[in-house]
Ligand binder design. Structure first.
Ligand SMILES: [Zn+2]
Length: 85
């Protein structure tokens, strides 16, 4: 439903489905999310969303939902600071 109102979410979904752990010393899904994805999601949904006139997209729950759906598409953390937790 969110993606119907904001097609850019579908594009993000496609993009994140293609993210791979490229090897190297470590991969951190959290770091990837907060550096590369979160600012873009925040522009689309949640309290900071650009769509001023759409209360549904601007609901904080919309951001939470987008996070849950999109974050799951990223590879798992490996050898990063999150792993022991
Ligand atoms: Zn991590």
């Amino acid at each position: 439903m969110l993606a119907e109102r904001e097609p850019a979410l579908r594009e993000l979904e496609r993009e994140l489905s293609g993210v791979r752990d490229e090897g190297g010393n470590s991969f951190c899904a959290n770091k990837y999310w907060y550096v590369r994805v979160a600012p873009r999601v925040a522009e689309l949904v949640g309290a900071q969303a650009a769509a001023q006139d759409d209360p549904l997209l601007r609901a904080p729950e919309a951001y939470t939902l987008a996070y849950e759906v999109l974050y799951r598409l990223l590879p798992n953390c490996r050898n990063c600071v999150c792993v022991p937790w």
